[in-house]
Design a binder for this molecule. Structure first.
Ligand SMILES: *Cc1c(COP(=O)(O)O)cnc(C)c1O
Length: 288
């Protein structure tokens, strides 16, 4: 098993919150593991257990060239003594970016496929045979075992809160949060890509029967800043100030967009006075 470091809950003190009569807590899940941080730890937990249970020696998965899932999978495999293969969307670049350099350093074998082939996930059987009897995880690692891991995390949250906030890529993490919290909590998700409306169905598909009709969650589509990994001076400024003021590192792909979204919603009076917002820090900082 991967080692797990207990993580603190950090309260943010800010006149903006006092004025709105709100409390903002951050669950610093980014600190749970140095190399497999944040939501990736929980998404991998039961997948790793399943790989070991079924005697696989290799983890194989897909991702974009900046995928935290690829990086986390490489380090997790190395820690538990498995080998790993990453199928990367797009052309190989020289030198490779820091995320892929991290994956290589942790022993991951990287293969590049064209965007068209990636969309079809059409790797030929002979090609895949090269890797022997591997354990497969989909893009972003968002399968049902990932949802199960995040569900466990969510149900372990003991503090009082009214709103639970999280950044969304594939929606696997958010599905797990919906599964793990009681119906009286409200969940707010912040998709980081443009045109993320399809995520509503993606999330519903991953929910169990008991949660499939839950109405206590909502996605906020206005905080993608142009799309995945796109940024604006406004977002960059916000991150710089927030990090300096509160000693919480944020990055511009996920957690920065969630936090600027939370602050904007506070200003717009979205959250009910007197309530507590719990934001999940999903990680993403340390390998960049
Ligand atoms: C991967 C990642 C996410 C998105 O998780 P999904 O389960 O794909 O929605 C959010 N935040 C960080 C920091 C991540 O690395």
């Amino acid at each position: 098993m991967l080692k797990y470091q207990e993580t603190p809950v950090q309260e943010i003190l800010d006149p903006v919150l006092d004025k709105a009569e709100l409390r903002l807590l951050i669950k610093r899940e980014d600190l749970n593991h140095r190399l497999v941080p944040g939501n990736k730890w929980w998404k991998l937990k039961y997948n790793l257990a399943e790989a070991i249970r079924t005697n696989k020696k290799t983890l194989l998965t897909y991702g974009g060239a900046y995928s935290n899932h690829i990086a986390a999978t490489s380090a997790a495999a190395a820690e538990i003594g498995l080998s790993s293969v990453g199928i990367i969307r797009g052309e190989e670049t020289h030198p490779c970016n820091p995320v892929l350099a991290f994956a290589r350093k942790h022993g991951m074998e990287l293969y590049y496929i064209s965007r068209a082939a990636y969309r079809k996930k059409s790797l030929s059987a002979p090609f895949l045979k090269n890797f022997g009897d591997f354990y497969f995880m989909p893009e972003g690692g968002s399968n049902l075992l990932a949802v199960k891991g995040v569900k466990e995390f969510a149900s372990s949250l003991q503090m009082d809160y009214d709103y639970l906030c999280c950044a969304i890529g594939t929606g696997g993490t958010f599905s797990g949060l919906i599964e793990g919290v009681s119906d009286n909590k409200k969940l707010i998700g912040f998709p980081v890509l443009k045109g993320g409306e399809f995520l509503i169905d993606e999330i519903k598909k991953k929910l169990s029967d008991t949660r499939s009709h839950s109405t206590n969650w909502k996605l906020m589509f206005d905080y993608h800043y142009g799309g995945y990994a796109k940024k604006s001076p406004e977002l960059t400024n916000f991150i710089t100030h927030f990090t300096a003021e509160h000693q919480v590192p944020l990055e511009f792909i996920y957690t920065g967009k969630m936090m600027i979204g939370i602050y904007d919603l506070i200003k717009k009076g979205f959250f009910k006075h007197g309530s507590t917002i719990l934001a999940i820090h999903t990680g993403g900082v340390s390998i960049r």
